[in-house]
Ligand binder design. Sequence first.
Ligand code: SF4
Length: 379
Amino acid sequence: MKITFPHMGSLYIPVEALFQELGFEVVVPPPCTKRTLELGSRYSPEIACLPLKVMIGNYLEAAELGADTIAMIGGCGPCRLGYYAEVQRQILADLGSTLDMVVIETPLENPSRLARDAAKILGRGKLSRVPRALILAWEKLKACESLEKTALRVRPKEEKPGLTTRVLELALQKVRQAAAVRTVHKAVQEGIGELWAVQEKHGRQDPIIIGLVGEIYTVFEPFVNLRLEERLGHLGVEVARTISLVQWVKDHVFKGSIGLYRTTHLERSAEGFLSGFVGGHGLETIARSNELANCGAAGVVQILPFTCMPEVIAQAILPDVSRAKELPILSLVVDEHTGEAGFQTRIEAFVDLLSRKRREAYRGQTQSLFGSRCGFGQY
Ligand code: SF4
């Protein structure tokens, strides 16, 4: 079995480790490019959300490299994620593809299907490898997130433009190559040290902090968000990414699997604006924007794919949050037609607005809204 899976930022590093430790031959799809998107868009329904299209492109490119089985997560709830696997299976069948698809559901959603698919993936004899595989993948996931969060803090103060991204990429590759937990820890410690070293020695020490909220795939996949975090960093902005994959796994895989995950804390943070779960990260988007306003962020950027139902709901509510909290919020919608120039112009205009607000706040000796650090940037 040559197993593949869709890309989502650096998530391929822990997922590759997981399957390799389980004894599979892994085919990591080539990084997402225009070709990936073109392939996916050509064979997907036009109204499908962008992640589905890019994933179809990933599968087809992985199949060209010899993959024969796709591992994909399932889901349920108000948004379309729950249908992804079935729709993708149908698209591939219509194309005459021989790719097999294994859908991994959380146990409570579909216990019998999970058992069937786990047996299909693991087969006999591989069960003993599961604990080591899970531990290594978990450590790599945490390592990637720590490195990326450090890069977000360092980038606005980097000595040479683009240096943070290069150092980050090298550090991520060291984590990828690490074959044991000890080596992962060493790689992440060294990587964090190297990242802090790219800071300009006497440079600006108080970058503007902007919170990043939105749909999880567009937040994490740099190809679909047009490298948004890098663009903001190069404009002198420290990005506080409010979605954590480590937290997502803890909440939805560990706690969700045994029915212990609750959204009460999010509902409390979103109180007055949104009263419950609307699918995807819609509730998180409102709750985190509210929290960002309370902890001193200068502004919020929401990123979402065109037609993403949960984020469209959140987008309609965000102006209320913005007014109530006096917090500038920019919504960026992406799809296969998004142009780079217009995207960059909107970001630059938003950062200019925040910089001007800050200058005025300093000049007027008003209490600065921009002095404190957001909890999201800490780790
Ligand atoms: S969250 Fe949005 S983009 Fe993601 S699957 Fe649901 S509708 Fe599609």
